[in-house]
Design a protein around this ligand. Structure first.
Ligand code: NAD
Length: 254
């Protein structure tokens, strides 16, 4: 098993990709702390992991609150004694035009999608430094690479996640801690439930592969970045987007 004896925290682990990552980590032998603002959802994921005979703990956390992220790390250490992997996955998306974004919308997008990653990293890095090794995996997005319509604050936050990933990797150089990002494309999760049933949205058609991605396809990349197999990868990202970023040309286009 590729994550045997490792202890991982997965934020936003109560839903979508976070849940899929928690399941794949457990399948690979990790103990998993499922951290989510929605405790019931985190508990449902943990029940799934325990049914696989994995060690798992649900923790209620709002990643936008620094004290709660510190407590998340403390609860992880109390339960499992170490922390090897942090997956900063918790996120949310505000879909509206630029001028309709309120001050609250802006701060909420930056706080959940970017500041939360920063706070959680600050909470776990002291322990990873003691251990001399660690992996921090930040969920970014194709929205961190290109301008996408009606999500200006979300795009700004996700672009920030890529900058945070590179800068944190530099700050932790030579310490055995790798910091990486995953940029998913259009993945079938509750975040996209409205778009998935909207006949006007053809995100699958915008990819090279020709379909939406599945949450577990992101989880497989996370397993690799969490494992010792990726010890020579830091400050960079894996795009799990079916070729979306290169593939938006249509047959017959000049
Ligand atoms: N679904 C996609 O197509 C897609 C594409 C690119 C990037 N992403 C990113 O991937 C990550 C996971 O997305 P998903 O589609 O699985 O989302 P999702 O909506 O299914 O799950 C997000 C989870 O984060 C939790 N959460 C929200 N705010 C929180 C907070 N303040 N503190 C703690 N937990 C909180 C929610 O309760 C939920 O369980 C997000 O960072 C998202 O921005 C998603």
């Amino acid at each position: 098993m590729r994550l045997a004896d490792k202890v991982a925290i997965v934020t936003g682990g109560g839903s979508g990709m976070g849940r899929a990552i928690a399941v794949e980590f457990a399948r690979q032998g990790a103990a998993v702390v499922v951290a989510d603002i929605n405790y019931d959802a985190a508990s449902d994921t943990v029940a799934q992991l325990k049914a696989m005979s994995a060690r798992a703990l649900p923790v209620k956390v709002d990643v936008t609150k620094r004290a709660e992220t510190q407590s998340l790390c403390e609860q992880t250490l109390e339960a499992f004694g170490r922390v090897d992997v942090l997956v900063n996955n918790a996120g949310a998306r505000c879909l509206k035009s630029f001028l309709d974004h309120t001050e609250e919308d802006w701060h909420r997008m930056i706080d959940i999608n970017l500041t939360g990653h920063f706070f959680c990293a600050q909470a776990v890095v002291p322990q990873m430094l003691k251990q001399g090794k660690g992996k921090i995996i930040n969920l970014a997005s194709i929205a961190g690479h290109v301008g996408r319509p009606d999500r200006v604050a979300y795009c700004a936050a996700k672009t920030g996640v890529l900058g945070l990933t590179r800068a944190l990797a530099m700050d932790l150089r030579g310490k055995g801690i790798c910091v990486t990002a995953i940029s998913p494309g259009s993945i079938e999760t509750p975040m996209n439930s409205a778009a998935a049933t909207d006949a006007n949205v053809d995100w699958g058609g915008e990819t090279v592969v020709g379909r939406w991605g599945r949450p577990e396809e992101v989880a497989y990349a996370a397993v690799f970045l969490a494992s010792d197999e990726s010890d020579y990868i830091t400050g960079s990202e894996i795009e799990v987007e079916g070729g979306w970023l290169i593939g938006r040309a249509r047959d017959g286009e000049l």
